[in-house]
Design a protein around this ligand. Structure first.
Ligand code: NDP
Length: 492
């Protein structure tokens, strides 16, 4: 299995027929086709708001700004919808569903010979991604947003250059997202990223997944359920550093029970090819002098993502970056250059989740072109890891709560329940579900909810509201449970 070879980046070129609101349509061509003279600078198109990047945040900002009557141009060099639609949340979640069916079919329905097939799953995923790409385009067109296909670059005046065309914008939004960090070791070029997985037509028989965060855990879980032999190499002594330790430990136990081989405290030193296989060399913290080797068909690294800001011309304009290379902004998402704004994953110092980018994009568009609205509460952010069993979490982990209580563990109380769900009993897979509450020991206020179960993300989404409204343990005790559900374990 090799890395995706073909670049998906389209040649910079403005779309032939950008759209305006129906009321503004005239007989004039919308993009002026100025014949290119040697040193003549093409005449700039004017726009109130140019958004570079048509991912979740960029699309949300563009549509919202257009709804306030702004003339908006959205520039995208790749497919509309960005990482979430094309290489992230949507294809991953669909593959996870397919992998879930695969494990059900191969356990309790094994006698029927049912099996989920990767090739077929990818066809279904691609069909949905294509439907979403078309639907995004249609909704942007209906909102009056022009879409230009091509790579955007800002020139020395801050004008946006796309191929042979130039746009002069009142305000420019950088919403270019992030892309996978390459593994910085010899042989790193042999290693795939999660972007590549969605292009695979067939699966390798074995894979080494490097990383212990969201993507590594999700990919290890999905691929192992499609029948791939998975070795997960984790640098730390646990999975999912940002999640509660009890949930992360329980998840590791279930993944191991399901056949994923997890190697903690490892340092990958080299990747090489030999005799048709790939070899991954690593050392372990307890024995750094001894190099161990795994032979595998494929290697996937998910070791974080870096902001997509190179080549935009931002440095020449004096746009300040943070120490991880992302764009620095103030509380209004304005960069150090007055007319340039940024939202979403292109800021390293941000929460890298689709709904965060969408909320920031809409808030900014309202502020610039409509009426300032309420920004989403970024202190209480529900989040999920779509592995099997899934993890859902909102609020503080136990460790964070103790830290917030000046390091005094007696000011924090936890309640933890481990049980086997009805669904797992029926399926003959007695893996536990784990529900953990982190509470203020004195007031009983719920500070964090951490769940491991297939239903965890759905439950956490609803509980996030309750948490923001000051949920207490007594509220959970006096709310009637809905029976039979897994959520009822939290109530009554
Ligand atoms: P994460 O930041 O979640 O995890 C990165 C992991 O890679 C950590 O375990 C880190 O270890 C490890 N790592 C970093 N450098 C190396 C290295 N050189 N060698 C070995 N291991 C290394 O990144 P992801 O790539 O998993 O995800 C990126 C972002 O995408 C996340 O921040 C998340 O917000 C978002 N995302 C969200 C999803 C969701 O909502 N379900 C799904 C997928 C992605 P250490 O802890 O030691 O630094």
């Amino acid at each position: 299995m090799t890395k995706r070879q073909a670049s998906t980046q389209a040649a910079p070129q403005a779309s032939a027929k950008p759209r305006r609101r129906a009321s503004e349509v005239s007989a004039e061509p919308l993009v002026e086709r100025v014949p290119r003279k040697r040193d003549a600078r093409p005449k700039a198109r004017e726009a109130d708001f140019v958004v570079i990047g048509a991912g979740s945040g960029g699309v949300a900002a563009a549509r919202r700004a257009a709804s306030h009557g702004a003339r908006v141009i959205l520039v995208e060099r790749d497919a509309i919808g960005g990482t979430c639609v094309n290489r992230g949340c949507v294809p991953k979640k669909m593959l996870s569903y397919g992998a879930g069916w695969a494990s059900i079919l191969s356990t309790c329905l094994s006698h029927t010979g049912g099996k989920e097939d990767w090739r077929d799953a990818i066809v279904r995923v691609n069909a949905e991604v294509a439907r979403l790409n078309a639907s995004y385009k249609q909704r942007l067109n209906e909102a009056g947003v022009e879409i230009w296909h091509g790579a955007a670059q800002l020139d020395e005046r801050g004008d946006i250059v796309v191929g042979n065309e130039v746009i002069r914008a009142g305000k420019t939004l950088i919403a270019t997202g992030a892309s996978p960090v390459a593994l910085p070791i010899p042989g790193g070029e042999l290693v795939s990223s999660s972007d590549d997985v969605f292009t695979w037509q067939t699966l390798p028989a074995s894979i080494v997944v490097i990383g212990g965060g969201y993507i590594a855990v999700e990919m290890a879980s999905i691929l192992s359920r499609y029948g791939v032999k998975v070795d997960l190499l984790v640098r730390e002594d646990r999975l999912l550093q940002r999640f509660d330790h009890d949930i992360a430990t329980s998840l590791a136990e279930v993944l191991v029970a399901k056949g994923v081989r997890i190697h903690f405290r490892t340092q990958v030193t080299m990747v090489s090819q030999s005799n048709g296989a790939t070899e991954v060399c690593y050392t372990q913290e307890n024995n750094p002098g001894r190099t161990q080797t795994v032979r595998t068909q494929a290697v996937l690294a998910a070791i974080g993502r870096k902001p997509n800001v190179d080549g935009l011309g931002l440095d020449a304009l004096g746009v300040k970056r943070d120490d991880k290379g992302g764009i620095k902004v103030d509380r209004q998402f304005r960069s150090s250059v007055r007319s340039i704004y940024a939202i979403g994953d292109c800021m390293a110092d941000n929460i890298h989740l689709t709904p965060v980018a969408i909320a920031q994009g809409r808030w900014l568009a309202d502020r610039l072109f409509g009426k300032r609205g309420d920004i989403a509460d970024l202190d209480v952010v529900p989040t999920a890891v779509f592995c099997e069993p899934a993890i859902g979490a909102v609020g503080l982990t136990e460790a964070q709560a103790i830290e917030a209580a000046d390091g005094k563990p007696d000011r924090v109380r936890t309640e933890i329940k481990r049980f086997v769900s009805l669904e797992n009993r029926f399926g003959g897979v007695p893996y536990p579900s784990v529900f953990k509450l982190v509470l203020n020991a004195r007031s009983g206020r719920v500070l964090g909810v951490h769940l491991m179960d297939g239903a965890a993300p759905e439950i956490v989404q609803a509980l996030a509201v309750a948490l923001r409204l000051g949920l207490k343990a007594s509220h959970l005790k006096t709310t009637l449970p809905l029976h039979p559900t897994v959520a009822e374990e939290l109530f009554g």
